[in-house]
Ligand binder design. Structure first.
Ligand SMILES: Nc1ncnc2c1ncn2[C@@H]1O[C@H](COP(=O)(O)OP(=O)(O)OP(=O)(O)O)[C@@H](O)[C@H]1O
Ligand SMILES: Cc1cn([C@H]2C[C@H](O)[C@@H](COP(=O)(O)O)O2)c(=O)[nH]c1=O
Length: 218
């Protein structure tokens, strides 16, 4: 059976509200009678590569976190391990919603290296994950755009209220988040890997309207 569903990716800064939007969109799509599969990357607790990432972001594994390419390969291997499951989801569901995907690797790695969206790193990620690993391309990517200081405040509040959510090395680096926001804006403007839709996550969003747009694109 071939792909019938649409692959929709939600991207944005740490604490921007991706998980919250994923949950709201899932409900709104169900209300429209659509079947939805959701996944979040990294797949903590499910993939050894994701667990290594989490440990490195919290100071484990020596100087692993300092290696931009080393960390990006771990994120990419986590996704490669889920590729077949995503393809299966696309055969069975109307919408497959992903909380972070390949563009997270592009945005964070480029920002760490002080590159922009047209630099070598972003192209290296595309070559690794799309060309070499064969990850399915998104049909659309949603950039949940929130000012970095707002995202940082939300992440800080969540770190206080939820167990096991202490800020990691990337979340604690305000300058990295500011550069990352710029790379995301460029990826969206360039239509990297797919068309993008930019959603203002500071003002709040209308999940029903967004869901309707996903079901009847264009
Ligand atoms: N529109 C909003 N207004 C106010 N607070 C919000 C909004 N959306 C999410 N939050 C809160 O901000 C915090 C971060 O939200 P959420 O976990 O959805 O972000 P995230 O982008 O998935 O984060 P991460 O990428 O770091 O996992 C949560 O405490 C959530 O309740
Ligand atoms: C999937 C993915 C994530 N990242 C970065 C983004 C975050 O700062 C951390 C952890 O993600 P979480 O959503 O806060 O759990 O990792 C990345 O650099 N590359 C990726 O592919």
């Amino acid at each position: 059976m071939s792909r019938v569903g649409r692959l929709v990716v939600i991207e944005g800064l740490d604490g921007s509200g991706k998980r919250t939007l994923t949950e709201a969109l899932t409900k709104a799509l169900h209300n429209l009678g659509k079947s939805v599969a959701t996944r979040a990357f990294p797949r903590y607790g499910e993939s050894v590569h994701a667990d290594l990432v989490r440990e490195a972001l919290h100071g484990g594994h020596g100087d692993l976190a300092a290696s931009v390419h080393g960390m990006a390969v771990l994120y990419a291997l986590d996704r490669r391990g889920a590729a077949d499951a995503i393809v299966d989801d696309l055969k069975l569901h109307d919408i497959v919603l992903l909380d972070r995907y390949v563009a997270s690797n592009a945005a964070y790695g480029a920002a760490r290296l002080h590159q922009d969206a047209r630099g070598e790193f972003v192209e290296w990620v595309r070559e690794l994950e799309v060309t070499r690993f064969g990850l399915p391309l998104p049909d659309t990517q949603i950039l949940l755009r929130v000012r970095p200081e707002v995202a940082a405040e939300r992440a800080a509040r969540r770190a206080q209220s939820e167990v096991d959510r202490a800020k990691d090395a990337f979340e604690s680096d305000d300058d990295l988040q500011i550069r990352c926001a710029r790379v995301y804006d460029q990826l969206a403007a360039d239509g990297w890997l797919s068309p993008w839709q930019v959603v203002d996550g500071t003002a709040g969003f209308d999940a029903a309207e967004l869901a309707a747009g996903l079901v009847h694109p264009g």
